[in-house]
Design a protein around this ligand. Sequence first.
Ligand SMILES: C[S@@+](CC[C@H](N)C(=O)[O-])C[C@H]1O[C@@H](n2cnc3c(N)ncnc32)[C@H](O)[C@@H]1O
Length: 259
Amino acid sequence: MMRQLVVTVAPHEAELASDALWGLGVVAVEERHVADGIELWTSLGDADSVDLPWPWRFVEVEEAVADTWRQFATPIWVEGDLVVRPAWVPFEAPAGVTVLSIEPGATFGMGDHPTTRLTLAAARDSVTPGCSVLDVGCGSAVLAIGSLLFGAGSAVGIDIAPAAVPVAEANALANGVRVDVSTTPLEELAGEFDLVLANILAPALVALAPHLRRVLAPGGTLVVSGILEYAHAHVLRALEPLQVVRTDTLDGWAAVTLR
Ligand SMILES: C[S@@+](CC[C@H](N)C(=O)[O-])C[C@H]1O[C@@H](n2cnc3c(N)ncnc32)[C@H](O)[C@@H]1O
């Protein structure tokens, strides 16, 4: 049996609630229309409670039912030569295509969310040979693993969700790289990194801003995502004096590269 989180919302709040669940790191959300609104069904690893402004409950379901979404997962073309493949979906990579194989378990980071795709593409353009990378809110570690495949020399991943640690480590191994993964809070993380990637929601980015700046090596690059295309000026203000060097957008989301 497996535990599912069910959140009940009014139809006009479904998108907002889905975004909030996404911020908690869930991997897939199924919408079910019920008499009193919409139920959002998802899996949240081992968490015992959640902090959400909508009624929620946990429900035990057969594992096969909870995993229905897996049947529909497909490889994601991030760019013309970059694919994130669900580990259980066969994929014949054409020559010259970089393929990341990801088993998300109960974490976020299949590569299908616009913010993951945007951050991965920005990371590829920011990686320099042998550089050090920090993936803040690593989930499946898709961004850290991608950075290593693009030529980074080392990668550290941190996430507040304990489920991310074994999943990220296993994904790194499956892709032939090593990511140092832990639940160390960014506030307590020592060291500096040439490239810092943070795909987490705007309020978390604002709260973490002083530490995102602190762990960035002089002249280093920070890529933030999880922010909305038309509502992220406050995040950039919190990150000053870092300057925007590039903004990429997809489906209403943005990834911003700063130096
Ligand atoms: C949207 S997911 C991103 C996952 C993956 N990096 C990607 O790009 O697909 C956000 C992740 O950030 C984690 N997270 C949220 N707040 C955090 C914080 N303050 N410190 C570290 N991780 C955090 C969540 O647990 C979740 O795994």
